[in-house]
Design a protein. Structure first.
Length: 132
């Protein structure tokens, strides 16, 4: 199972427009689950990706001052942890492939909206093997 989508890059530690495959998913209640960091499909050699890091799934988008305890994570999204839990309980391998769309700061909402067309293009590039 693959969760493919966007994520905010916390504190600008990682650049926007980067593919990331986190190793851990957490929720706001402090629960942590491992995420399978192996590439879940044939990854194009021409597209770089960062493997590792921790992703925090939050209940609602937050742009601006993030709570201090969120800063120990690398990425933010809203659904990965819930999916990881369901598939862990089912005994299924779960992968997260995220594209950094914004910095989750005061400009995050605008960054996210502006990034969507490029995210679509980059997703098509990553999944090009499906057309072969």
């Amino acid at each position: 199972v693959v969760n493919l989508g966007t994520a905010g890059a916390i504190d600008g530690r990682h650049p926007l427009g980067e593919w990331v495959i986190p190793e851990l998913a957490s929720n706001e209640q402090g629960e942590v689950l491992p995420v399978d960091a192996r590439a879940p499909f044939p990854w194009p050699d021409s597209i770089p990706r960062r493997i590792g890091g921790a992703l925090l799934s939050v209940e609602k988008p937050q742009f601006g001052d993030l709570p201090p305890d969120w800063k120990k994570f690398h990425y933010l999204d809203m659904e990965c942890f819930a999916q990881a839990r369901v598939f862990a309980e089912a005994g299924a391998s779960f992968h997260a492939v995220k594209w950094t769309s914004d910095f989750s700061d005061t400009k995050g909402r605008e960054q996210f909206q502006n990034a969507l067309p490029r995210f679509r293009q980059e997703t098509e590039r990553v999944l090009a093997f499906l057309r072969q």
